[in-house]
Design a protein around this ligand. Structure first.
Ligand code: AMP
Ligand code: GLY
Length: 428
């Protein structure tokens, strides 16, 4: 059986690597992939752009692909899953309509209210003047979000009204997020601790994946600009069995049913960003895909087949799927290019010391081959991931792996996993 993974990040390296471990899988193609997927056994990169749906479909027919897994949100929101399905290709990923849960913050917030899903109070605005007027009537801090896709960077937390005015100016006037910012959501600031709840969903059936948390802020102590995620770990002790059940009952099940009622049943990974405080939960956002970097530690812990899980979801057989997890903990530390999440340099030559050892894996993200060398090609370059007997052990092994990588400007957070290890203790 042949599998095609769409995307080029650390998430896609991990999904492709895990798919290749299935003994029924002979080859995994990655479109377009990175240097990590290029160098891995059983994996082959193909040079087709995400938005070239026709070429992707033609490739699937030529190669007789049994399963396409779509990694990033962009092609999902553009309707790649619908297109491949219309060509009778076996695709794992939500329709364009269902992907609106991530594609538009206004859509998702209105959906939460309609289906009684707990979330922060909010209002959306299409123009600067109305949004500006609204700033007089709210408490601070407040949160201003570009409505559309902005690679995890379209959210601005404003401590004061003057910060909020600057945020609105940068979104509406300077077009900081392009057309993604032609509408904004202004919402109540929530306190608490965030967790990533990720599941495989097929219509009204769900298989929850192992619990996880990521660290979104760029600096130690979870401060500084938001990024796509600077590291992640699994399991997340904050997600107790009771919280897990609450998320299933109050968030996931009403969402699955709501999408069915709207005529857009879900198929794919569904990721709810949840704020947890004193045993209560609120949804921050939905993503219509797996988390990056959450995928990397979660795939290290998955013992059963990812490919079978996706195929069972497509064939509506999730209720009989037996998912199996390693009881070990996993931790992944992102190594980023200097300057990320703002301006950074690409094409920096990378040197890697010899990397051997059970339970460790260096997932590539923003890397590519250039004249037989591996060079940087993105903000997040690697995710050094390790399994350990507990989270502390996994963290130590992941940091040993980080030390084997060097390139000009490389940086990483030194505290990935601390929220899980010292649960409830604030970083000082
Ligand atoms: P989002 O893309 O909506 O998940 O927002 C990205 C990040 O911004 C979240 O993971 C939180 O860290 C933060 N954030 C978003 N909304 C809120 C909120 N209402 N209160 C506090 N923090 C938030
Ligand atoms: N790690 C956060 C995300 O994938 O959106």
């Amino acid at each position: 059986m042949k599998v095609l993974v769409i995307g080029s990040g650390g998430r896609e390296h991990a999904l492709a690597w895990k798919s290749a471990q299935d003994e029924n899988v002979t080859e995994v193609f990655v479109c377009p992939g990175n240097a990590g997927t290029e160098l891995e056994d059983k994996l082959t990169n193909i040079e087709i752009e995400h938005n070239d749906f026709e070429s992707i479909a033609a490739f699937c027919s030529e190669e007789n692909i049994s399963l396409v897994i779509i990694g990033p949100e962009q092609p999902l929101v553009m309707g790649l899953a619908d297109f491949l399905l219309s060509k009778k290709i076996n695709v794992f990923g939500p329709s364009q309509a269902a992907a609106q849960l991530e594609g538009s913050k206004t859509f998702s917030k209105d959906f939460f209210v309609k289906y009684g899903i707990p979330t922060a109070a909010y209002k959306s605005f299409d123009g600067f003047t109305d949004a500006l007027r609204y700033l007089d009537s709210i408490d601070y801090p407040t949160v201003i979000k570009a409505d559309g896709l902005a690679a995890g960077k379209g959210v601005i937390i404003c401590s004061t009204k003057s910060e909020a005015i600057s945020a609105l100016e940068s979104i509406f006037k300077d077009k900081a997020f392009g057309s993604a910012g032609s509408r904004v959501v202004i919402e109540e600031f929530l306190e608490g601790e965030e967790a990533s709840f990720i599941a495989v969903v097929s219509k009204n059936k769900i298989v929850s994946l192992a619990t996880s948390q990521d660290h979104k802020a760029v600096c130690e102590g979870d401060v500084g600009l938001n990024t796509g995620g600077m590291g992640a770990y699994s399991p997340a002790p904050i997600v107790t069995d009771a919280i897990n059940q609450k998320i299933l009952d109050e968030v996931m099940k009403p969402t699955m049913q709501g999408l069915i009622d709207e005529g857009s049943p879900y198929l794919g990974f569904l990721y709810a960003g949840i704020m947890i405080k004193d045993g209560e939960i609120k949804v921050l956002e939905f993503n219509c895909r797996f988390g990056d970097p959450e995928t990397q530690p979660i795939m290290m812990r998955l013992k059963s087949s990812l490919v079978e899980l996706c195929l069972d979801a497509i064939e509506d057989k999730l209720e009989t799927h037996q998912i199996e997890w390693s009881s070990k903990s996993a931790c992944g530390v992102v190594i980023a290019s200097g300057g990320y999440p703002e301006q950074y340099k690409s094409n920096q030559e990378i040197s890697l010391d010899e990397i051997n050892g059970a339970d460790i894996k260096l997932f590539h993200a923003g890397t590519k081959m250039l004249n037989d060398s591996i060079v940087t090609s993105g903000g997040r370059v690697f995710c050094a991931t390790a399994l350990g007997n507990d989270l502390k052990d996994a963290q130590e092994k992941a940091y040993e792996l980080v030390n084997k990588v060097s390139f000009n400007g490389a940086f990483h957070r030194k505290d990935i996993g601390y929220k899980g290890i010292y649960m409830g203790v604030k970083w000082v």
